[in-house]
Design a binder for this molecule. Structure first.
Ligand code: NAP
Length: 238
């Protein structure tokens, strides 16, 4: 049976493109998001067989536990975990309420902690596996109006490096991919013509371009604890 990849946030955007590429390369994919219908619709477009679609809110411990139990039961062991679920609530800190702070931190930072912990229980038994967390270039360079979001992504970097050290001896690799501006629902409201002036390559990226880098990290046997920027050179400008 082909190897299984679990993609949180697989219903849309970057996670959906990752699911497509992995399925095209012969992996089985578990597409996970809060909206089950959207996850099912994304799954229905995947090439190959053996895929599943599941509901889970990554910020809820109970739901994360249950979704991994369900995956184990229906699909067996997992080899790969991709944490692409994420939200933003961009506004100046002075205008950000605690509810939004908690939502962003719980989805973008607590969520991957919960999914990694659950996946590791399975990977440790097999003594193999690879995890890719999706961070953001903003986690490194900061951005006005994105204090909470950038904090969540900077935290995810520290988490990724530490976890990589914890599990390397068990042949499990953990890396972080930090995208710049990628054309998805998350960036739909942004003025691309204005913003791409700061991008060395002069354009927004496509989800499929991020997916190719995720595949690289999943398959690179001697790479762990790293941050790979997929930002068209945005970081170079700051
Ligand atoms: P997107 O198009 O808005 O998709 C977000 C995905 O996350 C959806 O599948 C969504 O599905 C899922 N999701 C959101 N909250 C969730 C939760 N609590 N539990 C489970 N699933 C949840 O966003 P995207 O642009 O693909 O972003 C993917 C990741 O890349 C995020 O972590 C984002 O921060 C990061 N990123 C994006 C960009 C960019 O320019 N697009 C740049 C840097 C980093 P449901 O709504 O159905 O749950």
């Amino acid at each position: 049976m082909s190897e299984l990849a679990v993609v949180f946030g697989g219903s849309r955007g970057i996670g959906r493109a990752v699911s497509q590429l992995l399925a095209a390369r012969g992996y089985r994919v578990a597409v996970v998001s809060r909206n089950l219908e959207a996850a099912q619709a994304a799954m229905a477009t995947l090439p190959g067989a053996g895929h599943v679609a599941l509901h889970c809110d990554v910020s809820k411990e109970q739901e994360v536990q249950e979704v991994f139990q369900s995956i184990q039961k229906t699909c067996g062991s997992l080899q790969y975990l991709i944490n692409a679920a994420g939200i933003n609530r961009d506004r100046l800190l002075l205008r950000t309420g605690q509810e939004d702070m908690v939502s962003v931190l719980h989805t973008n930072l607590l969520g991957p902690m919960l999914t990694c912990r659950a996946a590791l229980r399975n990977m440790l038994t097999r003594q193999s596996g690879a995890i890719v967390n999706i961070g953001s270039v903003v986690g490194q360079k900061g951005n006005a109006g994105q204090c909470v979001y950038s904090a969540s992504k900077a935290g995810l970097e520290g988490f990724t490096r530490s976890l990589a050290k914890e599990v390397a001896s068990r042949n499990i690799r953990v890396n972080l991919l930090a995208p710049g501006f990628i054309r998805t629902d998350m960036t739909a409201g942004l003025q691309e013509e204005v913003l791409c002036g700061g991008v060395a390559l002069g354009r927004f990226g496509e989800p499929e371009e991020v997916a190719r880098a995720v595949l690289f990290l999943l398959q690179a046997p001697y790479v762990t604890g790293q941050v790979l920027l997929v930002d068209g050179g945005l970081r170079l400008a700051t």
